[in-house]
Write a protein that binds this ligand. Structure first.
Ligand SMILES: Cc1cc2nc3c(=O)[nH]c(=O)nc-3n(C[C@H](O)[C@H](O)[C@H](O)COP(=O)(O)O)c2cc1C
Length: 218
């Protein structure tokens, strides 16, 4: 682990939130994936903060193991968010033998060490037991990626803010998404980014219409 520890310290800055895709086993041992921010504390333990109502919280707190898949292509976050992956998208991680995304060239295998409980967003502290980094190709960063990622994150908060009656936060969030939509039209018109943004916008409209108990929106 020493060599990988050094690598991790070279790549990640403590207390910076990075975006990854967490994969793990469900209680029934089927593969599960969710977009999840992660960071490192000063001791280089990996921290995730899933909302308490997520399946990720349930599964990782019970199964105690997870993989953080790292991508520099926003397409993967979009696919996970919109359920465009299936059983065939997974294979097993090298050491823990738990689900990881097949396309993942860079992943961290983690073992749960401790949970700092919280009513809304508990903190899960994890040890890295293995680190796999195959040769990755670097691709240029575009503002379009950033805009889609931000809009995706905001889209997952609409329902929560609505249900908690956090009107000001909701309006702020919607105006940000509007800004990112206009940005995409400028920096990547008629591209896959434009299409993703279109679908994100539809999802937000759905979430705004959604009323608890009135339909089976998942
Ligand atoms: C890039 C990105 C990062 C996210 N980070 C978090 C996070 O740190 N914690 C969280 O609870 N939800 C986060 N979300 C939202 C979850 O992915 C989303 O609520 C998902 O539906 C949870 O799935 P699950 O219930 O299957 O675990 C993030 C979404 C995106 C797009």
């Amino acid at each position: 682990m020493k060599k990988s520890e050094e690598l991790i310290k070279r790549i990640f800055i403590p207390n910076v939130i990075y975006e990854g895709i967490l994969t793990c086993y469900s209680i029934e041992k089927s593969p599960h994936a969710a977009n999840m921010g992660f960071s490192f504390n000063d001791k280089f333990k990996l921290i995730i903060k899933p909302f308490k109502n997520t399946r990720t919280y349930e599964y990782v707190s019970k199964m105690k193991q997870a993989v953080i898949n790292i991508f520099n292509d926003v397409k993967y976050f979009y696919e996970v968010n919109f359920g465009k992956i299936n059983e065939k998208s997974f294979n097993l991680s090298r050491t823990l033998k738990i689900p990881k995304l097949k396309d993942s060239l860079f992943y961290l295998e983690c073992q749960l060490e401790e949970i700092e409980e919280d009513q809304i967003r508990p903190k899960l502290i994890m040890n890295i037991v293995n680190f796999v980094s195959k040769k990755t190709h670097l691709k240029p960063i575009t503002r379009a990626e950033f805009a889609v990622l931000e809009a995706l994150i905001h889209s997952t908060r609409v329902r929560v803010f609505k249900e908690l009656n956090m009107q000001e936060e909701l309006e702020n969030l919607l105006s940000l998404v509007d800004y990112y939509e206009r940005l995409i039209k400028r920096v990547a018109p008629n591209t896959l980014y434009d299409n993703m943004m279109f679908e994100i916008d539809l999802k937000i409209q759905d979430e705004l219409r959604y009323e608890k108990g009135k339909d089976k929106n998942t």
